[in-house]
Design a protein around this ligand. Structure first.
Ligand SMILES: [Zn+2]
Ligand SMILES: [Zn+2]
Length: 268
């Protein structure tokens, strides 16, 4: 499996791609090309062109969750896409209206609008994308220190209610050396995600994790998360997007953290 970062908050010195606070990964596995999230704007299209990646060869777009730093670029992809029909996979809640202090923070396209142009599959259950790559669907809670807290509101049956972002999910790749997780924001909790991946894949060896962990403070939750990584002997850690410098620095004291940026290629 090869992953290329098309959008991330970070860029590398001497490599002239553009960054934005968002996620978009181009994934090649088992003869398939998959896009994991589509960034906040159309910036990932520019980066893909510069990297020589043809997005018309993408067969499936998978969304980690509905927030607009993960779905905002999708209308830009639909404008240029000339491929053989696009499949879209996400949790059933991903395209609901989401707001924060009255401002929209959800997907620019509704499920109905996506259905007009794509084959949309909404699943709260795991879905296999290739022989070794699986979409996890809704992530159950399995520990005390990653309690879900609401982020803004979501509209359900016409009413606004607290949004616990149940649509937040991840991909798991079953490498020969253990499981590799690819996350968006980990609103479900990075340890909850890893625990669920272990039970779905029936493998307890964790090789690596790339993506946002939604960790900002040097607090109890971070300490517990680091202890969990150590207990599970997670060897390759690529925290990015929504992980603060303070959190990365603290993790790095226990487990070496690798830097992520636009244009980075990772082979698992
Ligand atoms: Zn989010
Ligand atoms: Zn995000």
């Amino acid at each position: 499996m090869k992953l290329t970062v098309l959008a991330d908050n970070n860029t590398f010195i001497d490599r002239y791609y553009c960054g934005e606070p968002a996620v978009c990964y181009f994934i090649e596995d088992g003869g398939q090309r998959i896009l994991f999230d589509t960034g906040y704007s159309g910036l990932f299209l520019k980066n893909a062109r510069k990297l020589g990646l043809d997005l018309n060869t993408v067969s499936t777009v998978v969304f980690s969750h509905g927030h607009n730093d993960h779905t905002g670029g999708f209308p830009h992809l639909l404008k240029i896409y000339r491929g053989n029909g696009l499949a879209v996979l996400a949790h059933p809640d991903a395209f609901e209206e989401k707001t924060e202090s009255g401002e929209p923070i959800g997907s620019p396209l509704s499920a109905e609008q996506i259905r007009e142009k794509c084959r949309l599959e909404l699943s709260a259950r795991p879905v296999k994308l290739t022989e070794r790559l699986t979409f996890l669907g809704e992530v159950p809670s399995s520990n005390e220190f990653e309690k879900r807290s609401p982020i803004g509101k979501r509209r359900l049956d016409g009413r606004l209610e607290d949004d616990y972002v149940l649509d937040d999910t991840a991909l798991v790749y079953q490498s020969r050396e253990g499981l590799c997780l690819i996350t968006g924001c980990s609103h479900s909790g990075i340890c909850n995600i890893i625990e669920y991946a272990k039970s779905v894949c029936k493998d307890s060896r964790i090789r690596g994790v790339i993506g946002g962990f939604h960790l900002f403070e040097d607090d109890f939750r971070l300490a517990q998360t680091i202890a969990y990584f150590q207990k599970n002997r997670v060897a390759e850690l690529y925290p990015c997007h929504c992980v603060s410098f303070a959190a990365k620095a603290r993790i790095h004291q226990a487990i070496p953290v690798r830097e992520v940026g636009v244009g980075m290629e990772l082979t698992w």
